[in-house]
Write a protein that binds this ligand. Structure first.
Ligand SMILES: [Zn+2]
Ligand SMILES: [Zn+2]
Length: 356
């Protein structure tokens, strides 16, 4: 069957659609669940593709258009319909580039499916599960009357300023920033504020919003700067193990942005911070080792959910703040760790501290 033509984009581009499934097998290889993936499941990958393009081009505005991208399965040779991953590319044909995602992209989706299966008693706690991605060409269904479901926040136009990174003064790298990632500068004042806020309430989680802007160097390189934090206090509910961002928290952020837009044009919400007020293990050495730090500074399933629902743009970050004084000894700096998107997966990342 020939691929269907997408009439909206001229005649050159065949846009075949696929149905994707995420299958979970138990240790014996029997299928325990099969989930049809939706457009929303590929949103982070599509955003990552658009953002990589933004980093390469020279524009000063950014508006992710997810409908301009297409998802093509990467079939495991001979094992079709099994996939080793998928590619995201431009469906209009105006850009030849594509980026490849392996199945790690779905790890959080799989964890949440597995958690549901456990709650429903369909798999035992601690059971080992394997997952694989499957795709089927969808030539017939495209003709059907089922409308494509459009999910997600309205597209936001993001404006990028022009300024040399050197204008921010000397910066100090924390946690080894990688050369492939967009540099993120973080004000030392913001760090002090959120560390003090977390330390003031060690019995429960606190959180808030990170404010800043994207900039381009005169050379074209893109970087971000976080210049302020807006505490979510009084707008969010928190206990010892979680904190909930509410619409009121976001309203407080927008009010803050409006109040200083004259002096700080183009600023926006760049992410969130929250504390993990967990104690160290009982016999932790004076300088906590990396494995103990990882038990406090990690991105939980809940953190992933928060980021992917509210802070899903590829340049947005999360800061996890610890409260135990010895953490600073182990980290070699104030008790915070930054998490950012790497091709749709939330991972710890390095950043640069500036005295602003
Ligand atoms: Zn320990
Ligand atoms: Zn968390």
């Amino acid at each position: 069957m020939p691929a269907t033509q997408d009439s909206s984009v001229g005649n050159a581009t065949a846009t075949r659609r696929y149905r994707f499934y995420l299958n979970l097998n138990d240790a014996k290889g029997s299928l325990v669940s099969r989930t049809r993936l939706t457009d929303a499941d590929f949103r982070l990958a599509q955003l990552a593709f658009q953002f990589e393009r933004l980093r390469r081009d020279a524009s000063f505005t950014y508006c992710a258009d997810l409908h301009a991208t297409q998802i093509v399965p990467h079939f495991a040779d001979a094992l079709q319909p099994s996939c080793v991953g998928f590619d995201v590319s431009d469906r209009t044909g105006s850009d030849e580039s594509s980026i490849t995602f392996d199945n790690d992209y779905f790890q959080h989706r799989v964890l949440s499916i597995a958690a549901t299966l456990q709650r429903e008693g369909k798999v035992a706690i601690g059971a080992s599960l394997a997952y694989f991605l499957e795709a089927h060409a969808d030539d017939e269904e495209r003709q059907s009357s089922t409308p494509e479901i459009k999910i997600g926040t309205p597209r936001a136009l993001i404006s990028i300023g022009e300024r040399a990174r050197a204008d921010w003064g000397a910066s100090e790298p924390w946690d080894s920033p990688s050369a492939d990632q967009m540099p993120m500068l973080l004000s030392r004042r913001v760090i002090d504020e959120i560390v003090a806020e977390a330390a003031a309430t060690p019995e429960r989680e606190i959180g808030g919003l990170l404010i800043g802007r994207l900039w381009r160097e005169p050379t074209g390189d893109l970087y971000g700067v976080i210049t302020a934090a807006v505490s979510g206090a009084s707008t969010m509910t928190g206990d010892a193990v979680s904190v909930t961002f509410t619409p009121e928290t976001l309203r407080k952020g927008r009010t803050f942005l409006a109040s200083r837009s004259a002096d700080h044009p183009g600023e926006q919400i760049l992410g969130q911070y929250h504390s993990h007020p967990h104690g160290l293990c009982q016999d932790c050495p004076l300088i906590p080792p990396p494995e103990c730090l990882d038990k406090i500074f990690f991105a939980s399933l809940q953190d992933h959910h928060l980021m992917s629902s509210t802070f899903d743009q590829p340049f947005m970050v999360g800061l996890v703040v610890g409260v135990e004084p010895r953490l600073a000894q182990g980290l070699g700096h104030a008790p915070i760790r930054m998490f950012g998107w790497q091709r749709g997966v939330l991972k710890p990342r390095g950043f640069d501290v500036v005295d602003r």
